[in-house]
Design a protein around this ligand. Structure first.
Ligand SMILES: NC(=O)c1ccc[n+]([C@@H]2O[C@H](COP(=O)([O-])OP(=O)(O)OC[C@H]3O[C@@H](n4cnc5c(N)ncnc54)[C@H](OP(=O)(O)O)[C@@H]3O)[C@@H](O)[C@H]2O)c1
Length: 304
């Protein structure tokens, strides 16, 4: 019932994007990127459906890209301790001049800081580097070391209860790993951030997460540029029909499934393009064609 209701509300938001907020100070003249719909997580917190990924952006590039992304309308920023860029991301946030409360900042607990004793130290280090006093969403980055997941989750629950984190979740968890965590969790994870793009649809994972009331978030929504995604003939043809790019088709397909996502770019034009996906809808024929692109396996074997 809850999921059906959520789907109806999200459908309405995607068709009538002006209902939502996350106001942009965009100056590029593209008004369609002015609003980004939110998804309400299972603890009542609202999270923008599209945000800005920062993997591999470092130093001044990370700082300026984050500031620019915020200036064109992004409010969700995704980083991680292991990206080594939390400090630069924090500087970009400051540079943007936007109020902290308007932003939704995600960072992630790395495997070196797993375990009840280490989590709080790792978390405080992330806070300090980012230059903020709370995190909107804190994720266990990987389910490793396996034996440390339980203690880590308990420490994260304590940080959540202390108000230092607005929402806690996981990343790269399989259904079985998530079910085990749910068996002892006092606080349910709000999100599982997993790989998802036109070459890896994760339909079964999505159904399983929906059943559990855990929101799916897609990492590498543009497959990190792999498989020649931007020249893919199927995505290009659908793009031509809607007067959109292949990247916009891939991103629209993800958010139209009710999945949150976080494309990364250091190009202002791409930042704008990736937000400009709320003024059209993929039809059944488009969806059927994209279904044919699923290779049903990771495109990042080196990360597994
Ligand atoms: N939890 C995890 O384990 C995990 C794993 C991987 C990623 N993530 C998160 O997910 C985010 C996104 O994934 P990702 O960084 O791997 O890759 P991605 O967003 O799938 O793709 C990024 C690539 O696409 C290009 N691009 C972006 N927009 C474009 C556009 N409109 N037209 C043409 N090219 C475009 C970028 O180049 P330009 O800079 O030239 O635009 C870049 O090379 C990460 O940054 C990170 O925050 C999480």
């Amino acid at each position: 019932m809850y999921n059906t209701l959520k789907t109806i509300i999200l459908g309405a938001l995607l068709i009538f994007p002006l209902v939502s907020s996350a106001q942009s100070e965009m100056t590029g003249g593209d008004t369609s990127a002015k609003t980004v719909p939110f998804i309400t997580l299972n603890n009542g917190v609202n999270m923008p459906i599209i945000g800005f990924g920062t993997y591999s952006l470092n130093g001044l590039i990370a700082e300026n890209s984050v500031a620019e992304a915020i200036s064109v309308g992004y409010r969700l920023i995704d980083t991680a301790m292991t990206y080594g860029n939390e400090e630069s991301v924090g500087k970009g946030i400051k540079k943007s001049g936007i109020d902290r409360e308007e932003l939704f900042i995600t960072t992630k607990l790395w495997v070196d800081d797993m375990g009840y004793e280490k989590v709080k130290k790792g978390f405080e280090a992330s806070l300090k580097k980012l230059g903020v006093d709370y995190i909107d969403l804190y994720l266990i980055h990987r389910p490793r070391p396996y034996e440390d997941i339980k203690g880590s989750w308990q420490a994260m629950e304590e940080l959540y209860e202390a108000g230092k984190i607005k929402a806690i979740g996981v990343s790269n968890f399989t259904t079985e790993q998530l079910e085990e965590l749910l068996s002892y969790a006092k606080i349910k994870p709000v999100v599982n951030q997993i790989e998802c793009h036109p070459f890896f649809h994760q339909a079964e994972e999505q159904a399983s997460l929906q059943e559990k009331g855990v929101q799916m978030e897609a990492w590498s929504p543009l497959a990190g540029g792999r498989n020649d995604i931007f020249k893919n003939p199927v995505l290009s043809a659908i793009g031509k029909k809607h007067n959109k790019s292949s990247a916009q088709i891939a991103l629209r397909w993800i958010i139209q499934r009710g999945i949150i996502t976080i494309p990364r770019t250091s190009e202002r034009a791409h930042m704008l393009e990736n937000l400009n996906i709320f003024d059209f809808k993929l039809d059944d024929d488009d969806l059927k064609q994209i279904a044919g692109l699923d290779l049903n396996t990771t495109q990042f074997p080196e990360w597994h």
